[in-house]
Write a protein that binds this ligand. Structure first.
Ligand SMILES: NC(=O)C1=CN([C@@H]2O[C@H](COP(=O)(O)OP(=O)(O)OC[C@H]3O[C@@H](n4cnc5c(N)ncnc54)[C@H](OP(=O)(O)O)[C@@H]3O)[C@@H](O)[C@H]2O)C=CC1
Ligand SMILES: O=C(O)[C@@H]1CCC=N1
Length: 267
């Protein structure tokens, strides 16, 4: 039986909980959600989730403890739950950016198995890209956590030293693509579409681009070559974007996010 306690039920904690229930990994009643402001969880309580503002009590029954507070809030939470964690029956999964498995064990004890996971908010609809890493968990526990995240998206297992890069590319990355879609829709309005039509067209076009790569396993540039007719309008627009730093801006943003993600714990 999967009993999961999510400590820190904000944006990503709740997205994970919703995704797991929507994809029938477990029932709402198998998930305990915590935060300090309990009234903010009244909607989830009405949907059958257990809710609590007492982390120590909330982890009592859990097989899986998910840490999903901000990096700057984590030390206090770890100090609070340390005496109550049972290394024999519980595994700790941390989605907290910039905090290593060793950092977590420093507070919870060296015998606790810790797995880091880096999902994105599309986990709520079962479409996350989640990276998983651990430096001490057994293969069996890593498999178990991988299967959990596979019910709500794709999973790649990585070395822990690439976790801040995964944070930038996948967790922050969804915001970068969302902004790109928003920018496309704003361009669409300038060339004549009403806002809601422009957004719908931009969203479906972005989905088509992603699905094309996923389903054909082709390279983006190969697909771009099929769109850019000689002397045509696509290459004119694409080159104008590149003259204005499109790829360069994207790459620089990802590099800055990765640097920032690495420093959040002691921020
Ligand atoms: N947002 C995202 O897309 C992603 C975020 N992450 C990581 O997940 C973590 C959470 O991020 P995010 O969801 O955006 O942040 P949020 O601020 O939305 O969520 C954090 C939650 O933690 C709760 N909280 C704070 N202190 C405690 C405490 N002592 N006990 C219990 N709950 C507490 C807060 O509620 P209250 O104030 O009521 O206690 C809040 O709801 C971060 O470490 C982030 O790096 C990872 C991948 C993606
Ligand atoms: O912005 C942040 O710090 C968090 C981590 C990854 C996504 N959101």
């Amino acid at each position: 039986m999967n009993k999961i306690t999510i400590i820190g039920s904000g944006n990503i904690g709740l997205s994970l909980a919703k995704g797991l229930v929507n994809k029938a990994y477990c029932k709402a009643e198998d998930i305990t959600l915590t935060r300090r402001s309990l009234k903010s969880l009244s909607e989830e309580a009405a949907k059958g989730f257990k809710v609590s503002d007492n982390n120590k009590v909330a982890i009592y029954d859990a097989n899986v403890i998910v840490l999903a507070v901000l990096p700057q809030q984590l030390k206090k939470v770890l100090d609070e739950i340390a005496p109550a964690v049972s290394p024999e029956k519980q595994i700790v999964v941390s989605v907290v950016s910039g905090v290593t498995c060793a950092d977590v064990r420093e507070k919870l004890g060296n015998n606790v198995q810790v797995i880091r996971a880096m999902p994105n908010t599309a986990i709520a609809i079962g479409q996350s890209m989640t990276c998983v890493a651990s430096d001490n968990a057994s293969d069996e526990q890593v498999d178990r956590v991988t299967r959990m995240f596979e019910t709500v998206g794709a999973v790649v297992t990585i070395n822990e030293d690439l976790m801040t890069s995964a944070t930038a590319l996948c967790a922050c990355g969804i915001a970068f693509f969302l902004r790109a879609i928003r920018a496309a829709s704003q361009g669409g309005v300038e060339i004549g579409f009403h806002a809601h039509d422009a957004l719908k067209m931009a969203v479906q076009t972005a989905k088509g681009a992603a699905d094309l790569l996923l389903q054909t396993q082709s390279h983006p540039e190969g697909e771009i070559d099929k769109v850019t007719s000689p002397k045509g309008c696509t290459i004119a627009g694409l080159n104008e974007m590149e003259h204005n730093g499109f790829s360069s801006a994207f790459i620089k943003g990802i590099k800055l996010s990765a640097r920032k993600a690495g420093g959040l714990y002691n921020d």
